[in-house]
Design a protein around this ligand. Structure first.
Ligand code: XBP
Ligand code: MG
Length: 260
């Protein structure tokens, strides 16, 4: 047996959002949280490094609760604390979407190209994310125009999947919506939580390194690249980009390794 043997076909690519499609963590959510703190009159601010530490907690609301543990001026009562976090998080989301409408955060290298290439190759596009569907739609429409969201056969966000990554729920819901098995898809992710989530759903993962997880090891991924326009392969590590054939090859090798 070898990887060239025919196995399950690649029928869909399931994309993560924050960090994978764009650097929305550093350049979007973080800035919007700081604006929300300011608007509420709180002195809290998250610099690039502090946000990176907090990012190990999935979910903006949960991240905020974690950070509040370090703030003596945060309410002591758990219900009051949660209600303040909810208020800040709602404000953050409004600021985030306003920021996207004012100046779209650019998609990372190769993302738009691969969207088009998958469509031409009849490989469906889907999204599994910890952020809200509303935030995803704002990002896609700012970057790709009003039809941006319609390109996706399924989008599962926080409104649908309350258990956040590394829980596999969002990926399982996408598979259900697509009517596909884990062996027929490939996920593209940027974080350890995202990798664990897709793997727990039985899905192979291509990692595209984002600013916040550039140094992580990503054991258990199918392949790793710096971005989708940079693919080092072969004995001489020739540099090229990830195209549909590369995706099919990564998927074929992954299913061969994990199902033999
Ligand atoms: C990454 C996350 C999200 C975002 C902020 O999501 O953990 O929480 O940081 O979004 P992804 P919310 O799965 O797309 O990488 O504030 O809406 O949670
Ligand atoms: Mg991510």
């Amino acid at each position: 047996m070898n990887p060239a043997r025919s196995g399950p076909k690649l029928r869909a690519v399931i994309w993560d959002v924050d960090g994978t499609l764009a650097e929305t963590e550093r350049d979007g959510h973080r800035i919007a949280f700081n604006e929300a703190f300011e608007e509420i009159g709180l002195p809290w601010r998250w610099d690039v490094a502090r946000y990176g530490t907090l990012l190990r907690v999935a979910g903006g609301f949960e991240r905020l609760l974690e950070d509040m543990r370090c703030h003596p001026d945060a309410p002591n009562d758990p219900a009051e604390r949660a209600s303040l976090a909810r208020r800040i998080h709602d404000l953050k989301d409004a600021r985030y979407r306003r920021l996207l409408a004012q100046r779209a955060i650019p998609l990372r290298p190769g993302v738009a190209r691969l969207f088009d290439a998958c469509r031409e190759a009849d490989i469906a596009l889907a999204i599994a994310t910890t952020t809200s569907r509303t935030n995803v739609e704002a990002l896609l429409e700012a970057a790709l125009g009003p039809e941006g969201t319609a390109r996706f056969a399924a989008i599962v966000g926080a409104e649908d999947a309350p258990a956040k990554k590394p829980d596999p729920l969002a990926y399982r819901m996408v598979l259900d919506a697509l009517g596909l098995t884990p062996e027929e898809v490939l996920a593209i992710e940027d974080s350890p939580n995202g990798l664990a989530s897709a793997r727990a759903a039985g899905i192979g993962v291509l990692i595209t390194r984002s600013v916040y997880f550039a140094g992580d090891g990503f054991d258990g991924s199918a392949a790793i690249c710096d971005d989708l326009d940079t693919w080092e392969h072969g004995p001489a590590q020739a540099v090229s980009h990830i195209d549909v054939e590369t995706l099919r090859d990564i998927h074929r090798r992954w299913t061969w390794r994990t199902t033999r």
